[in-house]
Design a protein around this ligand. Structure first.
Ligand code: NDP
Length: 304
């Protein structure tokens, strides 16, 4: 299969491209910066890979079987009004472009699958509610971003199989929230964050990549799918496991200000969570390699 990927140079995208390449798919990297993409995907390690800046996206999308759209400005920053605008606009802009290019591709070379990232922030935050794919959207800023992002993807032609993956906090060693949290846990004793009662809906990097690959190849995966592990935890439990796995006693709380210093207002994703269940993935029989956070953290922290 030939797959075009936006956001391929990011935390999830890099691992996805490695996996698609290892599985003998043809990968087209749609990026804003050829030099950045070339420094990540060398011709030696990824023979045959095509890298294109925006002017070349049309040629890449035409003739691809599928498009995976992961691009967007990182949310782990300080949220000035301009940055908040760009967090939303970057996602809407790239998704609009991808959808237009797919819709305008001539029949015969039009991709038949669009896998579009979105986030569990769609549901808003709550310490008591349980959310699955049928739950309504929340009212806060991130929920608005997700609604607009998803609404843009929904404009793709009806003959294209669209999957919107509402992704939870992705756990991996070399990126995402965890990579920023680990040094804090080293600095402080690794105790709870905030009240600790907030829900933390997480997924291991390997599982989100496996889920995207399953969506690409299995026509039963369509519509909204939560990309979260089946056992979300309260933040206090997550921190206890992280402390244990790192060999840090978990009694001294990590102050909110320290987390905000490294994650910016994007820390709200960790400090004000939601309990999201992957009802659809379970119904479809998707097998999570890491259903429990303790095992996920052990596997990640034992990597070199
Ligand atoms: P990253 O932040 O690591 O990478 C996203 C990619 O998007 C970048 O590599 C870049 O690609 C592109 N990008 C960055 N800024 C902009 C911009 N201003 N305009 C257009 N494109 C931009 O993201 P992740 O891999 O962590 O996540 C992928 C997607 O999944 C994101 O949209 C994210 O919101 C979503 N998600 C991720 C979660 C997580 O925990 N990681 C949780 C929930 C959702 P290039 O420079 O090559 O163009």
């Amino acid at each position: 299969m030939t797959v075009s990927v936006t956001g391929a140079t990011g935390f999830i995208g890099k691992r996805l491209v490695q996996r698609l390449h290892a599985d003998n798919h043809n990968v087209r990297v749609l990026t804003r910066s050829r030099s950045k993409a070339e420094s990540i995907f060398s011709v030696k390690d990824f023979p045959g890979i095509i890298i294109a800046e925006e002017a070349g996206w049309k040629d890449c999308i035409e003739g691809s079987n599928a498009v995976v759209n992961l691009a967007g400005m990182p949310i782990s920053t300080r949220w000035s009004p301009e940055i908040k605008k760009e967090i939303k606009q970057s996602r809407v802009r790239v998704t609009t472009k991808v959808v237009d290019l797919i819709n305008n591709s001539p029949q015969g070379v039009r991709p038949t699958v669009l896998v579009n990232a979105t986030a569990v922030g769609y549901y808003g935050t709550s310490e008591t509610q349980v959310f699955d794919e049928s739950s309504p959207s929340g009212n806060d800023y991130l929920a608005q971003v997700c609604r607009e992002w998803e609404g843009t993807a929904l404009k793709v032609s009806k003959d294209v199989r669209l999957t919107l993956i509402r992704i939870g906090v992705v756990l991996g060693k070399d990126g995402g929230a965890l990579a920023k949290m680990i040094p804090l846990f080293m600095m402080f004793a690794g105790g709870p964050l905030g009240s600790g009662q907030q829900w933390f809906s997480w997924i291991h990097l390997d599982d989100i990549v496996n889920l995207i690959c399953e969506v690409l190849s299995n026509p039963s995966y369509e519509g909204v799918i939560n990309g979260t592990a089946p056992n979300p935890v309260r933040l206090s439990e997550m921190c206890e496991h992280l402390g244990n796995v790192m060999g840090r006693p978990s009694w001294l709380p990590v102050p909110d200000f320290a987390l905000k210093a490294v994650l910016g207002e994007g820390a709200s994703v960790v400090l004000e969570g939601q309990r999201v269940l992957p009802a659809k993935a379970k119904e479809l029989g998707f097998l999570f390699k890491y259903p429990y956070v303790k095992d996920a953290l052990k596997s990640i922290l034992s990597q070199d």
